[in-house]
Write a protein that binds this ligand. Structure first.
Ligand code: PBG
Length: 324
């Protein structure tokens, strides 16, 4: 045998030397949940280790995260049912809890990159990402609401806005809206290939944002499809997106690779709530080594071509790196 692949695996030094994929904390964006009130922290039942924070508590937690090397967060609001309406008007009401929270984070931690979520669902009494009429999701009417929301977030201090709604044409619409108001430096991380997935369950528990009727199949993509992801990516790229995101991540590594092979802007992967919950649940049962499984999953996303990973594991991974 002239070629013995095991020679390159024989010692820790050689294995480290030939390692092709390295994960660092700066690759990660930490999704965090913020809620109204004061001095409160509540754990999300289906996401052990993940909490909803009132803004004061959130600021404390961000300080801890920053010390661990986390540089970017993605903020999601839990909105009380009483503030929800058909038009998600709470989403751009000046001084609302979410915008105030962004503003405070930016003031206190100017170096932290704040990503915000642009979609109607946490604010919508219908629980959908778009405006509903006669059971249908209206595309073009939704864009205007998303535009108001994105502008309000940019004004509050968002660095990256993340349209997660999957309406057609929203990236171009939001780019123009932001540019017209002078926010040419606010980035857009588009949820480019967002699939209609069962893996979002725990997130909808966290925000109580599940659709009140029907499902999201008329706007989120069919998990069976690949070609559509390319069409979505072509449109988002042409419309000015700065990052293309694939969501969920683990069951869609082929899509991450496809976009990375075809587009010269950074690809992001969203390691979603259900993927987190799966690992946590089996680790709690002693069925899997949670830490090793976490690292293996995140590495697979990076190996597939994701430059950026949004993950609820960000803090745990940062802690692990610090121990080493
Ligand atoms: C909705 C939104 C969802 C997530 C992020 N933004 C859920 C959905 O589409 O219902 C899911 C994130 C996760 O599961 O971690 N705009």
């Amino acid at each position: 045998m002239l070629r013995r692949p095991r020679r390159n695996r024989q010692s820790a030094a050689i294995r480290a030397m030939v390692e092709e994929t390295t994960l660092s904390v700066s690759d990660l964006i930490y999704p965090m949940f913020v809620m109204e009130g004061q001095n409160l922290t509540t754990e999300v039942k289906s996401m052990p280790g993940i909490f909803r924070y009132t803004t004061d508590k959130l600021l404390e937690e961000i300080a801890v995260c920053q010390d661990l090397g986390i540089k970017a967060i993605d903020l999601f609001p839990q909105i009380p049912e009483a503030r929800k309406d058909k038009y998600a008007s709470e989403s751009y009401r000046l001084g609302n809890m979410y915008l105030e929270s962004i503003h405070k984070i930016k003031n206190k931690f100017p170096e932290i990159c704040i990503m915000t979520d642009v979609a109607m669902d946490p604010y919508s009494s219908d629980g959908h990402d778009g405006l509903v009429e006669d059971g249908k999701i209206l595309n073009d009417e939704t864009l205007q609401i998303l535009g108001n929301m994105a502008l309000a977030q940019a004004r509050a201090g968002a660095d990256i806005i993340g349209p997660s709604d999957m309406m057609d044409g929203r990236v171009g619409y939001l780019r123009e809206t932001l540019d017209d108001e002078g926010f040419t430096n606010v980035s857009i991380m588009s949820y480019t290939a967002k699939y209609a997935s069962a893996f979002y369950g725990p997130f909808r528990d966290a925000l109580e944002s599940a659709p009140k009727f029907g499902d999201k199949k008329s706007y989120q993509m069919n998990p069976a499809n690949t070609k559509e992801a390319l069409i979505e990516a072509e449109l988002d790229y042409a419309e000015g997106a700065d990052f293309l995101m694939v969501k969920p991540a683990l069951a869609y590594l082929d899509i991450i690779k496809l976009l990375n092979d075809n587009f010269n802007i950074p690809i992001a992967a969203y390691n979603v709530s259900g993927e987190y919950a799966m690992v946590k649940a089996s680790a709690q049962n002693g069925w899997l080594d949670g830490t090793r499984t976490m690292v293996e999953c995140l590495t697979s996303m990076k190996r597939a071509g994701a430059k950026v990973i949004l993950t609820y594991f960000a803090k745990e991974f940062a802690l692990l790196k610090q121990e080493k």
